[in-house]
Design a protein around this ligand. Structure first.
Ligand code: RB5
Length: 172
């Protein structure tokens, strides 16, 4: 499998260990860094992996930061990336079976190494249960392509604000 990985300064040690294990296991790895504890911004690393997966350059992605949360938020900004922050096996399994997660986000500060190894294994070997989940997953991508129109429409009809017309939204 072609796997893209990245981490910020709070996640690079786990990332480096995962890179080694996956390389030894015969996977093709793209490692976007970081490689040391010099502070960096997790969005840059989440975007890199999200883009690699969404563009088809990688089959799966794995990202690591202190909590798993920020880097997952970043990866999920990329249309086509479906990143699941996961800290226990059941969610890892469901992220694949129901959500077709293509990026796994891990926490170096909150999750022990043995659990991380299990989560990576589950993430890589568990299939997507197509069927009823396909349409729902497709909707996630569809939204990224249409959200501007949808949001404007909602504002126009006042659904969000309770305003009667767009004019009511303007400051007086
Ligand atoms: C870095 O200190 C930390 O904020 C980052 O790794 C991550 O946990 C953000 O969500």
């Amino acid at each position: 499998m072609r796997i893209a990985l990245a981490a910020d300064h709070a996640g690079y040690e786990y990332k480096d260990r995962i890179v080694k294990i996956l390389r030894d296991g015969g996977h093709t790895i793209t490692d976007f860094g970081t490689w040391n504890s010099t502070p960096v911004d997790y969005p840059d690393y989440g975007y890199a992996v999200g883009e690699a997966v969404a563009s088809g350059q990688a089959d799966r992605g794995i990202v690591v930061c202190g909590s798993s949360l920020g880097i997952a938020m970043a990866a999920n900004k990329v249309p086509g990336a479906r990143c699941a922050p996961v800290c226990e096996p059941y969610s890892a399994d469901l992220a694949r079976r129901h959500n077709d997660a293509n990026v796994l986000a891990l926490s170096e500060r909150l999750t022990g190494w043995e659990m991380v190894e299990r989560l990576v294994e589950i993430f890589l070997k568990t299939p997507f249960d197509e069927g009823r989940h396909r349409e729902r997953v497709d909707k996630l991508f569809e939204y990224t392509q249409t959200w501007k129109n949808r949001t404007l429409k909602v504002l126009e009809t006042g659904k969000v604000t309770g305003a009667e017309t767009p004019k009511d939204l303007l400051p007086t």
